[in-house]
Structure formats: C-alpha cells, structure tokens
Write a protein that binds this ligand. Structure first.
Ligand code: PMP
Length: 401
C-alpha cells in the first residue's frame, strides 16, 4: 500500500524529527516481566497525594472562580513570590518579577531554544547531556558543540574564547546530572561562571534534582555564583521531582529582559500554565511542607541507590566503571572500549532487563557507544539485585567476546 503523501505538507523541521530512543525502549519496558532501569520516572511512593488532593479541594472551595479562570502568562503571583523566596533561601538574590512559571521545565527548554537559537547557531552542551534538551534545541537546528568533560563533569577550563565565540549559550546540569549522576564541585562552578562572565556567554542551568541530595553537602547554584560574578544565568527548576511530574509545573529564573521575551513566547505557546494547578501547588507548599516531605523522598532514593551500587559491586566486572551519585536518580556506566551497549540492550531485553544505551545522550561529538544509564528509583530491591546480576553476566560475556 502506498504511504499517504503527507510528508509533502510537513515542514522540513518536522520531517527531520525522530522518536526518542528512550520512548522506543519504554514501550518494551511496559511489559510487567521486564525489570526496567531505563525510565527516568520519579518514584510514586514520593507523591504526596493526600496533600495535593487537600490543596486542590481548598483552592476550589475558597477561590474556584479564580482558579478556573484564565490567568497571567507570567504565572500566579504568590507562586512566583514563593520561588523567589526559595532562591533567596538558597543564596541567590531573586525577585518575583524575575520568575516565570512554566508547564514543566521541558517547556522552558523549548522556549529557550526559540529565544536563543537560529539555524546554525552554536550551542555548547556537555557530552553526554539531557536527551530531552537536545531534542528541544534540535527543533531550532543549532550546531551542537560539546564541552569537554571528565570523571568530575564539565571542564570549565576548556571553555576558551574560541569555543565561546558566537555561541548563544551553554546548557549545564550541575547537580546529579542526567544522565551521568555527577555533581560539579564548587571550584568548577566558580570557574564556569567566571569564564562565562568573561566571554559574555549565557548559562542555562537546569536543576530538576538539586533538592534530592542524599549524600555530601549542598553547593551554591550557578545562578547565585553567576550573579555575583556578572554572568547571565537562566535557571530552570521544577516541581516534578519534589512533588509530582503529572502536575507539569516548573519555573524559569532569569534577568527581566529575558523573562519579558519568554513571556511573549509563552503567550504564543499556551497563554499560561494551568491556574488551578499553580494555586493548588502554592497551597500544598504552605507551612514549609517540603521541609517535612523531602527528607522522606531523599531517604527512599538513598536506599534505592545503595541497593543498586551494592549489586553492581557484586556482579559487574573490574572492566566496568560507574559514577556514585550524591543525589538524583541515575548511575552512568562505562564499559570496556569496544562494547556496544546498543547490542547489549538487545541481549538484556531478551533476558527481560532494560537500560538506556549512552550514545543518544551525546551531541557535537562522537558518541561513546560503551556507556549506559541506569535508573534505580522505581524498581523494588529484589528486582534491582536480580536485574543487575543479569547485566553483570552479559557484560562479562561481552568482555570475553
Ligand atoms: N531537565 C532534566 C535534566 C530532566 O531530567 C527533566 C525530566 N526528565 C526535565 C528537565 C523536564 O522535567 P519537567 O518538564 O517535568 O519539569
């Protein structure tokens, strides 16, 4: 049968789109017998369902008429004020008019692409980097340039005048990186903001996991350090990992001129983020709710991470190296050179275990095909141990091949 002639009417941009590798893998992992370390889903055990239900009830009872009405593009004013206050508590002097509420930080990535990228614009990314950001930016057809990284993350000293020349921004994930799980240390954060200030290179700081620290000491944000150093920092935050992703609620903190442009873009995108959700989340956050809620989520993730690291030490061969995250949801594994984790995945799926091969996370550089990402948060302990044992066996076999 002939294919419909539709592609002739699709834009060139749309024709270039491909499905994310992760989405394809997730289809397979929906089978209940599969032990999946592939998804990046937060644990539903951390969703404060009762609190959110009560918050929606309170908002609808007391202010239903406002909650169900259109609202300002910038977001619900008390929630913007909450974010600004939260930033100040974390050491960055922010005012509410520097905050834009968005429908998940993924929407902010899409809008920032539209704001900064022309076809062919240079965009600096870590290699590897968050796949969802690479996908969003790709729609605007940038030239990705990889910033060198090592076992401690991004190497700021590698950002010189030549690398920064003409670049629109650098996209960085300083805390419990997706996919590597690595955290940028204070000296590197400082060096990064100083270099970006010197070269006039804006920084997009994406920090969905910062509040999920379960080891080590919290570090200042690039926003806080950057403002002190005279760098332009656009910081993305989200309620997806501290409350629940189904709320689709996140925020951008940026200088007012950038917020003003983003407001125009957001207006054209969806007018504003759901009023009732913003009001309910603001209600749910009352009385310092996160101070009581987050320790439970952190403890859960710490335990889960520990099970996986323990099982990896037991079952993985010496040829494998992996990161030891201080927070967040991911462990990044580097296998012996020559092993292709795409092929390993096929073998793993045949044994009902899944992970994400590392290659799709690389842009602007040759992908490292011997890498993979493991997520430990949603799989129960016995299945973590069983799944890691299978992976260990397959890796040993690939080593021997
Ligand atoms: N940035 C990173 C690094 C992420 O891992 C995610 C979620 N997987 C997002 C942004 C998007 O999160 P949300 O849209 O739910 O805020």
């Amino acid at each position: 049968m002939d294919m419909p002639a539709r592609p002739r009417v699709f834009s060139q941009r749309a024709q270039k789109l491909t499905s994310s590798t992760i989405r394809e893998i997730l289809k397979i992992t929906e089978r209940p017998e599969v032990i999946s370390f592939a998804g990046g889903l937060p644990s539903p055990q951390g969703f404060p369902i009762a609190r959110i239900r009560a918050a929606f009830d309170d908002v609808l009872d007391a202010r239903g008429d406002t909650a169900l009405q259109y609202g300002p593009t910038e977001g619900y004013a008390p929630l913007r004020a909450w974010v600004a206050e939260d930033m100040r508590r974390h050491g960055a002097q922010v005012t509410a008019d520097e905050v834009l509420i968005v429908s998940g930080s993924q929407q902010a990535l899409d809008m920032l692409g539209k704001l900064f990228i022309d076809p062919g614009s240079r965009v600096l990314v870590e290699a590897p980097s968050y796949l969802g950001a690479l996908q969003s930016f790709s729609l605007c057809e940038p030239e990705f340039v990889a910033v060198p990284t090592d076992g401690r993350g991004l190497v700021p000293e590698a950002i010189d005048e030549a690398l920064a020349a003409g670049a629109r921004f650098i996209y960085a994930l300083p805390n419990f990186h997706n996919p590597t799980g690595l955290t940028l240390d204070l000296a590197r954060r400082q060096a990064l903001v100083e270099r970006c200030a010197r070269f006039g290179l804006p920084i997009i700081e994406d920090d969905p996991y910062g509040e999920l620290r379960y080891a080590g000491e919290p570090l200042p944000s690039l926003l806080g350090l950057g403002r002190a150093a005279g760098a332009t920092v656009v910081r993305l935050g989200t309620f997806s990992k501290v409350l629940a992703p189904g709320l689709r609620l996140g925020y951008v903190v940026a200088p007012r001129d950038i917020i003003a442009k983003l407001v125009q873009i957001k207006q054209a995108t969806d007018l504003h983020t759901a009023t009732v959700t913003q009001m309910a989340v603001h209600e749910a956050l009352r009385d310092d709710f996160l101070a009581e809620h987050l320790p439970k989520v952190r403890a859960l993730y710490r335990r889960q991470c520990g099970y996986m690291l323990e099982a990896m030490s037991e079952h993985f061969p010496d040829t494998a190296r992996w990161t030891r995250p201080e927070g967040g949801m991911f462990i990044w594994v580097t296998l012996a050179a020559g092993i292709d984790t795409g092929r390993l995945l096929q073998e793993a799926i045949a044994r009902n275990v899944a992970f994400v091969p590392g290659a799709p996370f690389f842009a602007g550089v040759e992908p490292q095909a011997n890498t993979l990402r493991l997520s430990f948060v949603t799989v129960p302990e016995p299945r973590i141990r069983a799944g890691i044992a299978v992976l260990g066996e397959l890796i040993r076999r690939a080593d021997a091949a």
